[in-house]
Design a protein around this ligand. Structure first.
Ligand SMILES: O=C(O)CCC(=O)C(=O)O
Ligand SMILES: [Fe+2]
Length: 246
């Protein structure tokens, strides 16, 4: 990871997570939200607790991406040059993201604790749009039925850390943060305990005064999550493969 990110490190977390509160401008946020909203309706997959767009396409059953460029609006002019300057994907096989999930959460919606898994280079870069949201971080063994005895008297459902993602921010999770922890977003209409002790990236926030009351009401929040899929198949090869079976 490039040295330029040192000031953005979330020091309260195990290695490595970085938070940049003003990654994009307000105008860029409006433009990106408008691009998300103008995607054709079939681009959205409606899940029970959020909806999502998958760019350029969903992975195949064996976690392979069919090679296809990302749409221009998701990379240039805003995101790709900034990722490049920060060196975020320097160690990834493609040295750039090749896959983006766009998640939309209405108030009351969220995502169950999960890990992103081995299909990707172990790094996620998340751009947040529209409204703040708390990302809950859980120790993996807490949810792993085979090691329930490790949990002792701890509340099994309590997050170990909470990261506040402001609108226009960038969050990068990699290293042990990617491999050893689960992440999720609570299905709530109000995130509470928003203060120095409850939020691990408090010192890096842009607008602490917005959270003076110690809570905020959820509003529609959109995330762009950039990743590098490890297995990529060229369409030509796939066609040859399919053709060869005839
Ligand atoms: O919306 C977010 O910040 C998290 C999304 C997420 O965890 C995922 O898409 O795998
Ligand atoms: Fe995830």
């Amino acid at each position: 990871m490039a040295a330029g990110l040192d000031a953005a490190r979330i020091v309260a977390l195990p290695h490595d997570a970085f938070y940049i509160s003003n990654f994009i401008s307000e105008e860029e946020e409006v433009w990106l939200l408008q691009k998300v909203a103008s995607a054709p309706l079939p681009r959205w997959t409606q899940l029970s607790h959020r909806r999502l767009q998958t760019w350029p396409s969903a992975l195949t059953a064996n976690n392979t991406l069919i090679a296809e460029p990302l749409p221009e609006w998701l990379v240039s002019p805003i995101i790709k040059p900034r990722f490049g300057r920060l060196g975020i994907f320097n160690n990834a096989p493609d040295q750039a993201p090749n896959h983006v999930l766009v998640n939309e959460y209405l108030p009351g919606q969220g995502i169950m604790p999960h890990e992103d898994g081995a299909a990707y280079h172990p790094l996620v870069a998340t751009v947040s749009l529209g409204a703040p949201i708390v990302l809950d971080i859980y120790e993996k063994n807490i949810h792993d039925a085979t090691s329930v005895q490790d949990v002792g008297t701890n509340d099994r459902n309590k997050p170990r850390f909470r990261i506040l993602q402001e609108r226009r921010s960038l969050l990068i999770t990699t290293g042990a943060m990617y491999t050893d922890f689960l992440h999720g977003i609570a299905e709530t209409t109000r995130d509470e305990n928003i203060n120095q002790t409850g939020i691990c990236n408090w010192d890096l926030l842009r607008e602490k005064e917005c959270f003076r009351e110690g809570y905020y009401q959820r509003e529609t929040r959109v995330s762009l999550t950039y990743r590098d899929v490890l297995k990529v198949a060229k369409m030509g090869n796939t066609m040859k493969f399919l053709g060869g079976r005839r």
